[in-house]
Design a protein around this ligand. Structure first.
Ligand code: FCB
Length: 449
């Protein structure tokens, strides 16, 4: 195997999200979020589990920062819980919430770790959902209020900002497929949510520019860029539709290209008003990409967006997701191509803000976690990254999902994505073999160790 080689300044990080790791759900003035409420709904989350305790990072961040430092990670991507900062969604600011993120960032800096803060990773304050959540245009003003507080109170400590994590999941998993909070199933609501999420992103960037802060700001997408299942025209069209409705509907307006033609031609009700597209198309410094898997697409007239995913031959992870590093490389090449020239720049830097896999990891008698399959997955996906760099993709960093096993949304604690194992009874952390593999990769050895 050829040695994986990355530029000397490549940014190596791990990622988590507030609701999935923090716990302390009812401490220090945090308000309720849609996941607190959704997880109480019978059948919504595996075994009725929730994020009340999660990995308890709220109290264990010092230990977690030490583990990252021990492994050589240079950056930590975490998210700020909106209901810790503005518990009711509007007006009253909670100083204890701000104090927590200041402590976290200061600790990371003390350990030489750069801070990458996501402003929205799915924990909408419940009072805003009671007003219609992302389907209500006024959520954008509430978001504006919240991000301004974050910039003012945390701006001196954050080294990189991400406005929104995976807009497609916010809009479709939450409002179309009903599998994530708040659990609605309505196409028009989902399209409204999509547009308002795009507007929230634009608003966050516009407001950021007014602060004079210099850290880069961008957004994280999880693009769907499937291969067509066959060479038939209808299947190629299906792959185009998948890209249009799951990916371009979010990326294109943010990159200044407006809504994709296939979406417009479909008659989809995206509630655009005058000035919205200009607001959304704010210049950003980087594109965040979350990649896990790719599937083959085929035409299906009965499906909501007229395409469906077909069976595949690839091995799968513990999520049942096919392992497709080739699809990852193709996707990176595609993103580099379509973002070229946006905002008058020759290229927009890309960061992998999440990549990883779940397996049923166990601590064995030797006190170790021998997660060989995860190491193989990471090797293959890092090889795709290295290859894409060789082909000219401006890829600047890679965050593994996740630092810790954590609350995997509707799957509860059953899916372990961490490079560090968490015993959810004792909260004990155990480094998996994949953590050591990444330590060696960061040090420049990887599979040559
Ligand atoms: C992504 C989410 C992240 C995590 C991984 C497995 O879609 O951003 O929170 O759940 O999937």
């Amino acid at each position: 195997m050829e040695k994986l080689s990355f530029p000397a300044d490549f940014l190596w990080g791990t990622a988590t999200a507030s609701y999935q790791v923090e716990g302390a759900a009812y401490e220090d003035g945090r308000g309720e979020c849609i996941w607190d409420v959704f997880s109480r709904k019978p059948g919504a989350v595996y075994a009725g589990e929730n994020g009340n305790v999660a990995c308890d990072q709220y109290h264990r961040y010092i230990e977690d920062a030490a583990l990252m430092a021990e492994l050589g990670f240079k950056s930590y991507r975490f998210s700020i819980a909106w209901p810790r900062i503005i518990p009711e969604g509007r007006s009253k600011v909670n100083p204890e919430g701000i104090a927590y993120y200041r402590r976290l960032c200061e600790e990371l800096h003390k350990k030489g770790i750069h801070t990458c803060a996501t402003l929205y990773h799915w924990d909408l304050p419940q009072p805003l959902e009671d007003e219609g959540g992302w389907t209500n245009r006024s959520v954008v003003e509430a978001f504006e209020e919240y991000v301004k507080v974050c910039y003012r109170e945390l701006g001196d400590l954050v080294d990189m900002w991400i406005t929104i994590n995976e807009p497609v999941c916010v809009a479709y998993l939450g409002y179309l497929y009903g599998v994530h909070a708040p659990g609605h199933r309505d196409l028009d609501k989902a399209l409204a949510a999509a547009h308002h999420v795009n507007m929230a992103h634009g608003t966050a960037v516009r407001e950021y520019r007014k602060t004079g802060l210099k850290a880069p700001i961008g957004i994280t997408w999880n693009p769907t860029t499937p291969r067509p299942a066959t060479k038939k025209e209808e299947d190629k069209k299906a792959a185009d539709l998948a890209r249009a409705f799951h990916t371009e509907i979010f990326m294109f307006p943010c990159l200044g290209k407006g809504y994709p033609e296939l979406v417009k031609a479909s008659g989809a009700k995206v509630p655009v008003k005058d000035g919205d597209l200009e607001l959304i198309a704010q210049p950003i410094e980087f594109i965040g990409v979350n990649f896990y898997s790719e599937s083959p697409a085929a035409a299906d007239e009965s499906a909501v967006f007229k395409y469906t995913m077909k069976p595949f031959w690839n091995d799968t992870t513990g999520m049942g997701w096919p392992i497709t590093p080739g699809g990852f490389e193709r996707q990176l090449l595609w993103i580099a191509e379509i973002s070229k020239g946006a905002f008058g720049k020759s290229e927009i830097p890309i960061y992998i803000t999440e990549n990883g896999c779940a397996y049923d990891d166990v601590v064995t008698a030797d006190g170790r976690v021998h997660d060989k399959e995860r190491i193989q997955y990471l090797q293959q996906h890092l090889a795709a990254c290295a290859e894409s760099i060789k082909k000219g993709v401006p890829l600047k960093g890679y965050y593994v999902w996740s630092l810790l096993d954590n609350f995997e949304w509707s799957f509860g604690y059953t899916k372990r994505f961490g490079i560090i194992h968490v015993d959810f009874k004792t909260l004990k952390r155990t480094l998996k073999d994949s953590a050591y593999f990444l330590r060696d990769t960061i040090a420049g050895f990887g599979e040559w160790a």
